[in-house]
Ligand binder design. Structure first.
Ligand code: GLN
Length: 490
């Protein structure tokens, strides 16, 4: 039998339905792979007993012909999702050993559909970061290495554990979240597929909040089809999230293989950065050529406010974060560091519980929201956000179906390489934050390699609630570029 971990989710679904193997066998194969890959630090909590119990239960259902759309599929869950009776920390010391008594809507939908939980995945603390280096559990290692080098590279962030685990065949797919690029950038750094759906498509209920007007969950998987399969289970209206959209969930998988003939693909001139590496330029034009060969029409478009997106994001996101993170006071959750007064207890707990990047965001956020600065920073950033959104609307109004851009300005970098200057780290999200600011769907698909053998991704940005077009176009790129699997060294 072929190694069960190397199957795609769609192939495993077929194998389970044909009874070629059981979910317990598939789950055990993944638990073995996780154990052998602890060097990657992708999982912060393994749940083998729960995984086997879920697998046995779903095997019994499959035998009776009652398996759901994800029956028996082993998944990893980002540690930002609340999982009932399983420690959930957002990879922050401040949550300590917090064990939720409730399940996030998204994970409950995955279990409803028959998926199996392998464990909780590492991420940047409170999802703040682009390299998974801010986690209180330490950095995640990218399963990819540069040709002929054993330098350890970051998997991207904040969903670094999700991307690393999926790329290293430790799980068949993973949940992830994206506030400014945290699904798409790690997907691009690891040769995996990541989609951030339209804001409101997936429920945020039970996901640790970072910046609520930007946060959106989505899957990371190894193929476009697999991500479409996962999206269908993750999406849907949830009355417990007031920003959740009350719209029917399409059969995303049906979009795979659909013709893209006649579609207009926008190529935004503002995404051509000065000093952008040659290989990113090349990847971008190759991607455009593949879409053209499939019958799409390429059009030059302009998104004039692009250059303000990153600075505006770094006002809006910290502002919301500082407000969301006010709840970690040493009274309600996890860590408590006593003081002589309640005020001192708050201070001690927050000083000790939050890492440096989180403290930086809380301070920036508090500053831009403070009286006297609110109008100059926060209000102005919100206006810029509207202009960014309008750029995209103008573009779609001209008949553009989707926009093609690079996913990241470079391939994965080394652990510790970009620690000194926070702005250098923030620049990683230059192509992805606009999409969150506008609330649009965006998918990152692996499309090639850099000169050192590392995967690179392209991004497709879609109209609101038109994830289907992204799946159709993404698959065209996947077909042309092939799949990307790292050579095993761990
Ligand atoms: N890297 C960005 C940040 O640090 C985005 C993170 C995310 O999408 N969660 O804010």
């Amino acid at each position: 039998m072929t190694d069960l971990t190397s199957l795609t989710l769609a192939e495993a679904r077929e194998g389970l339905a044909n009874k070629s193997f059981t979910s317990l066998e598939l789950t055990d194969a993944h638990l073995g792979a996780i154990e052998a890959a602890r060097a990657l630090n992708a999982f912060v909590m393994e749940t083998p007993d729960q995984a086997r119990a879920m697998a046995r239960a779903v095997d019994a259902k499959i035998a009776k012909g009652e398996g759901g759309p994800l029956a028996g599929i082993p998944l990893g869950i980002k540690d930002l999702f609340a999982t009932r009776d399983v420690r959930t920390t957002a990879c922050s010391k401040i949550l300590g050993d917090f064990v939720p008594t409730y399940e996030s809507t998204i994970t409950s939908q995955l279990w409803r559909d028959g998926a199996v939980m392998l464990g909780k995945l590492n991420n940047d603390e409170f999802a703040m970061g682009s390299s998974n280096e801010t986690s209180c559990f330490g950095p995640v290692v990218n399963p990819w290495r540069r040709d002929g080098s054993n330098t350890t590279l970051v998997p991207g962030g904040s969903s670094g554990g999700s991307a690393s685990a999926v790329a290293a065949l430790l799980c068949m797919g993973a949940t992830a979240t994206d506030t400014g690029g945290s699904i798409r950038q790690p997907a691009a750094f690891t040769g995996t597929v990541g989609i951030k759906p339209t804001y409101g498509r997936c429920s945020r209920w039970g996901i640790v909040a970072f910046a609520s007007s930007l946060d959106q969950a989505g899957p990371i998987a190894r193929t476009v089809r697999d991500s479409a399969i996962l999206m269908r289970s993750m999406a849907g209206h949830d009355p417990k999230d007031t920003t959740s959209a009350d719209r029917a969930v399409p059969d995303y998988e049906a979009a795979i293989g659909k013709s893209v003939k006649g579609m207009k693909i926008g190529i935004p001139r503002e995404y051509r950065l000065d000093g952008m590496p040659q290989e990113i330029e090349k990847l971008w034009s190759e991607g455009a050529a593949w879409l053209k060969a499939a019958g799409a029409e390429l059009v030059d478009v302009s998104l004039p406010h692009t250059k303000y997106a990153l600075p505006a994001y770094y006002i809006v996101a910290p502002a919301e974060a500082s407000s969301n993170l006010a709840r970690y006071d040493g009274v309600r959750y996890g860590l408590r560091v006593p003081g002589r007064s309640i005020g001192e207890q708050y201070e001690n707990t927050r000083a000790e519980g939050f890492g440096a990047e989180v403290r930086r965001r809380v301070m920036i956020g508090t500053y831009v929201l403070s009286a006297g600065y609110y109008d100059a920073y926060y209000l102005r950033a919100q206006k810029v956000r509207t202009l960014i959104k309008r750029d995209f609307e103008d573009c779609f109004a001209k008949g553009v179906h989707a926009i093609l851009t690079p996913a990241t300005p470079s391939a994965a970098f080394g652990i510790g390489e970009k620690g000194a200057d926070p702005v250098e780290m923030y620049l990683n999200d230059i192509f992805t934050v606009t999409v969150n600011m506008a609330g649009l769907p965006g998918i990152a698909v692996p499309a090639g390699k850099d000169t050192q053998g590392l995967p690179l991704g392209l991004q497709l940005i879609g109209r609101p609630f038109d994830e289907e077009t992204l799946f159709s176009l993404g698959e065209v790129i996947e077909q042309a570029a092939g799949r990307f699997t790292p050579a095993r060294w761990w």
